[in-house]
Design a protein around this ligand. Structure first.
Ligand SMILES: [Zn+2]
Length: 238
C-alpha cells in the first residue's frame, strides 16, 4: 500500500511539472489547421489569411496575430425617455412573452478593427449582457474583412489611402448605404455610428448617401459593412 501511495505522489508531481512547463508556452491550443499554422509561424498576418480567402474559425487566431485590435459598440438600444431626448444605448433589451412568463434577452453588436484596413462586425444575444458581449466579440473576430482603400476622388487624385478607390454600396434590411470617395480634408460625412466603423477601417475621408430606415443602427452598420466588403467585388469591374 505504502509503495502505491508513493507512486501516486510521484505521478502527481510529474503532472504538476508538466503543467508548469505547459504554462510557460502560450496557453492557446489551436483547434483548427489554420490555428496550428499560425502558432507554428507559417502564417504571420491576418492579411495573408484574408487574401487567401480562408475562414477564421477560432477567434484566438485574431488575438494572436492582432493583439492591438480595437473594439467599439454599436448603439442599438434605446434608453428611457426620462428627462427628455432619446438616449441610445449599446445594449438592446427585448422581452418575449411566453406561456411560462416573460423572458428577457439582451442583444449586442460589436465592431472590431486595427485602424488599418481590417474590420469585422458581430452580434450576440443572451440572457445576460456579458455573454451577449462575448458572443458578439467572438463573432466579430471570425468575421473580418480586408477593406480596399485608395483615393478615387478626381479633385484630390493623390494616390493615397485616405479614402476609397471608387463608389460602393451595401444593403441590409431596408437600409441601402452608398459610399463615395472624397478629397483629403473632407472628413467622414456619415452618421456617428458609421464613423466608428470607418475609423476602425482606417478611412479618413468619405461622402455617403443612405436610404431606408437608418435609425435602425443594426441594419445601418450591416449595410455599411457590406458596402466596404463590396469594394473587393467591384475591384474587377474597374
Ligand atoms: Zn487623395
Amino acid at each position: 500500500m505504502a509503495e502505491e501511495q508513493k507512486k501516486d505522489v510521484k505521478e502527481e508531481k510529474k503532472l504538476e511539472q508538466k503543467q508548469e512547463t505547459k504554462e510557460e508556452k502560450p496557453k492557446w491550443i489551436p483547434k483548427t489547421k489554420l490555428g496550428r499554422m499560425v502558432l507554428e509561424g507559417k502564417i504571420t498576418s491576418i492579411e495573408e489569411i484574408l487574401e487567401k480567402g480562408w475562414k477564421i474559425r477560432e477567434p484566438e487566431i485574431v488575438d494572436y496575430l492582432m493583439p492591438d485590435l480595437k473594439v467599439e459598440y454599436v448603439l442599438i438600444g434605446k434608453g428611457g425617455t426620462k428627462g427628455g431626448g432619446k438616449k441610445r444605448l449599446p445594449i438592446k433589451r427585448s422581452v418575449k412573452v411566453t406561456a411560462s412568463g416573460r423572458r428577457i434577452s439582451y442583444s449586442v453588436m460589436v465592431m472590431v478593427g486595427n485602424g488599418n484596413g481590417i474590420v469585422g462586425i458581430g452580434r450576440g444575444k443572451s440572457k445576460d449582457t456579458r455573454t451577449a458581449f462575448m458572443q458578439a466579440l467572438r463573432k466579430a473576430k471570425m468575421n473580418l474583412i480586408y477593406v480596399k482603400r485608395g483615393c478615387g476622388s478626381w479633385e484630390c487624385a493623390c494616390g493615397g489611402n485616405h479614402s476609397i478607390p471608387y463608389m460602393t454600396e451595401g444593403k441590409s434590411g431596408s437600409v441601402r448605404y452608398v459610399l463615395l470617395p472624397a478629397p483629403k480634408g473632407t472628413g467622414l460625412v456619415v452618421n456617428d455610428e458609421a464613423k466608428k466603423l470607418l475609423r476602425l477601417a482606417g478611412i479618413k475621408d468619405v461622402w455617403s448617401k443612405t436610404f431606408g430606415r437608418t435609425k435602425q443602427h443594426m441594419n445601418l452598420i450591416q449595410a455599411l459593412f457590406n458596402a466596404l466588403k463590396n469594394l473587393r467585388k467591384y475591384e474587377k469591374a474597374y
